[in-house]
Design a protein around this ligand. Structure first.
Ligand code: HEM
Length: 287
């Protein structure tokens, strides 16, 4: 196979060699779609299979989008250079699941385009989802060498900073759509905050255990605050009651703890890597 062709293949690195890491990520990113297909073909879904699939594809779109934001900070903090190879595939997978999510919704609406248009214009949670999608499409179309050449690296970076807005709008869409249980929406909001906080730590401080652990603690509190705020306005339960539920482990472990645990795990990884990495690898580089 020619080198020019092999560098285009999604599972090869820039030199055109097979990358085990990329291949593993691609299989992982395709797995939810395969699972949804099986659920549909084997009749494992509820009486409203389309609704189930719209929800599952939406969940995966947002999970993968948040994961894509974690790639850059993790790549620096863990000093794992090859991780950057999977950033584009992760972003494109988030776009794929978003488009699948919308396509399934259009099927559910029986392709009545006028209804689809007016629903997206008039139902606020759909309008928010639409804006997020338009941003993701613009990012997907330009996430290649042609995009960088056309926009120049400054313009490209400026445009791609809109990933944060697309993610924030995706999270907002999830909250607006949720009725009673917002556990996963809160968790994704917290992990999004954590990814942003780690980017900030990396940019302005040395990414060592203490600043990262402080960022993890702040994001844990923030997550608890988001959950308490949501329930206080949607169910009028007092903020202090929702906050104190975080200290009751008999029923479930609240998202704030998972966010804190994820942050501490990354901070510990940074400490281990700092201990073992050679001095030359400790230089800071820009995002
Ligand atoms: C035009 C754009 C969009 C449309 C029309 C749309 C449509 C919908 C609809 C109808 C639901 C409710 C399903 C139900 O419970 O019956 C939903 C939920 C959801 N959407 Fe979207 N969506 C759009 C964009 C997005 C984007 C960009 C994301 C994330 C990247 C996203 C993630 C989600 C999530 C996480 C849920 C909740 C799923 C659950 O309840 O488990 N959506 N969306």
């Amino acid at each position: 196979m020619s080198t020019a062709l092999s560098t285009w293949l999604p599972w090869t690195d820039r030199a055109g060699r097979l990358s085990g890491l990329k291949l593993a990520f691609i299989i992982g990113l395709i797995a939810p779609a395969v699972w949804m297909f099986l659920e549909w073909r084997l009749d494992w879904l509820s009486a409203r299979p389309l609704t189930d699939l719209i929800r599952e594809s939406g969940d995966w779109a947002l999970r993968i989008l948040v994961a894509s934001l974690a790639v850059t900070p993790l790549h620096f903090i863990a000093r794992w250079n090859r991780l950057i190879l999977v950033r584009r595939a992760t972003g494109l997978a988030a776009l794929f699941y978003t488009l699948l999510h919308i396509a399934l919704w259009c099927v559910d609406e029986n392709y009545v385009w006028a209804t689809i248009f007016w629903e997206m214009m008039l139902r606020m949670f759909l309008t928010v989802g639409l804006v997020s999608t338009l941003i993701l499409v613009a990012l997907g179309v330009t996430s290649n060498d042609w995009g960088i050449r056309t926009l120049g690296s400054k313009g490209w970076n400026r445009l791609h900073a809109f990933t944060y807005a697309a993610t924030a709008l995706g999270v907002l869409h999830y909250f607006m759509e949720s009725r009673l249980d917002v556990t996963e929406a809160v968790l994704l909001a917290g992990l999004f905050a954590l990814a942003m906080a780690f980017r900030a730590v990396r940019k302005y401080l040395t990414p060592q255990f203490l600043p990262l652990a402080c960022a993890a603690a702040i994001c844990g509190f923030l997550t608890a605050g988001i959950e308490a705020f949501y329930y206080s306005i949607s169910t009028r339960v007092s903020i202090s009651r929702v906050l104190s539920a975080n200290l009751d482990f008999s029923y479930s472990i609240r998202p704030a703890w998972w966010v804190f645990a994820a942050g501490i795990a990354v901070a510990a990884l940074a400490a281990v890597r700092a201990h073992f990495a050679p001095a030359t690898a400790r230089k800071r580089s820009s995002f």
